[in-house]
Design a protein around this ligand. Structure first.
Ligand code: ADP
Ligand code: MG
Length: 258
């Protein structure tokens, strides 16, 4: 199973929207996909249609109680897409794990024995705390959603430093599969300029596909549906389909058959 962390310590940059819609796009093309909600806010779980009272087992059980992946996952109404939802308990996990040995490896250990999926996406909380660290230690690669706004590059350099530290101490194989520009607004000159800056700094790391600001993308979660199901032909859905296709070409070849 290929493991992709979706992380950026800034909130509201499109991590969850990207996680839900990329996972759905890949499931639609026949990949067996697992989505892991690692944010105590549980937005990915809600957005995919798993109400709070339907979350019997969660990523908290996976990390803190060391429950197995099969025991914690549940199917979604999208074929080929399972989820391990998050509950508010997860907000306590950072504290509960503080004194535990191997606290950064809980997710990696849980996923190491897991089979049955081709790929998993880990939706991270908006911080660089222990939960995100678990995701970075467990992941083969990182996908970074980046909102084209003024401080985007400052936040990004902090994230890249963290990735370097994780590579040195915990996970030498961690790669960055790409940076996805989100909430792109063609009419806003600042957005355009930031996108240019990011591309000239980071070149090929930035995905060609850009996610536009699109109201259908923000409406879909309130219906408990991925945008790709809510309105598969809207500009946002089409952009996420294109991003998923591009992602597939960038994934490590040898793992595609896994
Ligand atoms: P994060 O997980 O990084 O906090 P979200 O994916 O939850 O970010 O997005 C933050 C808010 O912006 C949500 O209300 C979401 O619906 C909205 N949003 C995300 N991407 C887009 C987009 N491309 N166009 C319009 N709204 C978006
Ligand atoms: Mg989120």
């Amino acid at each position: 199973m290929i493991r992709v962390a979706i992380a950026n310590q800034k909130g509201g940059v499109g991590k969850t929207t990207t996680a839900i819609n990329i996972a759905t796009a890949m499931a639609a093309t026949g990949w067996k996909v697992l989505l892991i909600d690692l944010d105590p806010q549980g937005n990915a779980s809600t957005g995919i249609g798993i109400a709070a009272n339907e979350r019997d087992r969660s990523s908290y059980d996976l990390l803190v109680d060391q429950a197995s992946v099969v025991d914690c996952l549940q199917p979604t109404r999208i074929p080929n897409l399972d989820i391990i939802p998050a509950t508010v308990d997860l907000s306590g996990a950072e504290i509960e794990l503080v004194s535990v040995e191997n606290r950064t490896d809980r997710l990696r250990d849980a996923l190491s024995g897991a089979s049955g999926h081709d790929i998993c996406f880990i939706d991270c909380p908006p911080s660089l705390g222990l939960l995100t660290l678990n995701a970075l230690c467990a992941a083969d690669t990182l996908l970074v959603p980046l909102q084209c706004e003024f401080f985007a590059l400052e936040g990004l350099s902090q994230l890249l430093q963290t990735v370097e530290r994780v590579q040195q101490r915990f996970n030498p194989d961690l790669g960055i599969v790409g940076i996805a520009l989100t909430m792109f607004d063609r009419r806003n000159r600042l957005t355009d300029q930031v996108a240019d800056d990011v591309r000239s700094c980071l070149g090929g790391l930035v995905f060609e596909s850009v996610i536009p600001r699109n109201v259908r993308l923000s409406e879909a979660p309130s219906h408990g549906l991925p945008a790709l199901v809510y309105d598969h032909s809207c500009a946002g859905s089409r952009a996420y389909m294109a991003l998923a296709r591009e992602l597939i070409t960038r994934l490590p070849e040898k793992r595609k058959a896994a």
